[in-house]
Design a protein around this ligand. Structure first.
Ligand SMILES: N[C@@H](CCC(=O)N[C@@H](CS)C(=O)NCC(=O)O)C(=O)O
Length: 234
């Protein structure tokens, strides 16, 4: 390949991904649920191909090349693009209020859950670990309350998923639910089986059993191995 070439599907979608990456799994699951044919290019993050900067100068996965040659980056941008391009898959509601409520749920994860997975793994100091664990538990209580509110709404259909059935919330967040595996392994973190976490635990159990999740779920050991890089004392 010459220095200005990279692999892609002519007139089709090309998804640059890595199967252990929770962000890339968002894009994979969006394509899967919308049943959009695409070429998958697995990027070895430890040994990235030289041409990858032509696709994403930030050198991160996922990235998407569309049939028109546009390159999209950022997992949620890609997932939303797939949802918008394929309205028949009903990944996102057409109702603005329902979309806003879903965005709030994803925002809750972005501020109260996802960063704390990494902070707990990265903290060597026990006190700091405990502080971050408590913040994560506080976030999970909020997430549980939000799930309970949603399940009572008509669009929540009593759960167990955000829209009753598997949809955009699970596409966006299930891979981060999967990160509780390395968190339990390295830091002994678990979500208590008490009332305040009951909704999150119900949602998580439904996710773990869903074929839409297991299809792209990495095996526990490779995921644990991949996350070792975030744990300075491991
Ligand atoms: N905000 C980005 C984050 C993507 C991201 O951080 N991906 C990681 C892998 S999970 C990556 O490619 N890191 C570059 C590297 O490992 O060199 C998104 O949502 O797509």
């Amino acid at each position: 390949m010459s220095t200005n070439e990279y692999p892609y599907e002519e007139n089709g979608y090309t998804l640059y991904s890595n199967r252990l990456c929770p962000y890339a799994q968002r894009a994979l699951r969006a394509f899967d649920i919308a049943q959009v044919p695409h070429k998958l290019v697995e990027i070895d993050l430890k040994n990235k191909p030289e041409w990858y900067h032509l696709v994403n100068p930030q050198l991160k996965v996922p990235a998407l090349r569309t049939p028109s040659g546009a390159i999209l980056i950022e997992s949620l941008v890609i997932a939303e693009f797939v949802a918008d391009q394929n309205p028949e898959a009903h990944l996102l509601s057409a109702d603005a209020t329902e979309r806003a409520q879903l965005r709030l749920f994803i925002e809750l994860f972005a501020t109260r859950y996802n960063p704390y997975i990494y902070r707990i793994l990265m903290a060597v100091d026990k006190e700091e670990q405990e502080k971050h664990k408590q913040t994560l538990l506080d976030g999970l209580k909020e997430i549980s309350k939000e799930l309970e509110r949603q399940w009572k709404r008509p669009s929540g259909k009593n759960g167990p998923f955000w829209y009753g059935q598997w949809g955009y919330a699970e596409v966006a967040q299930s891979s981060f639910v999967g990160l509780l595996v390395p968190l339990a392994h390295y830091r002994g973190f678990s979500v208590p089986e008490t009332k305040e976490f009951a909704a999150f635990n119900r949602w998580r159990q439904a996710i773990l059993q869903a074929p839409e999740f297991t299809k792209f779920k990495p095996e526990d050991q490779p995921l644990i191995d991949a996350y070792k890089k975030f744990v300075p004392d491991a």
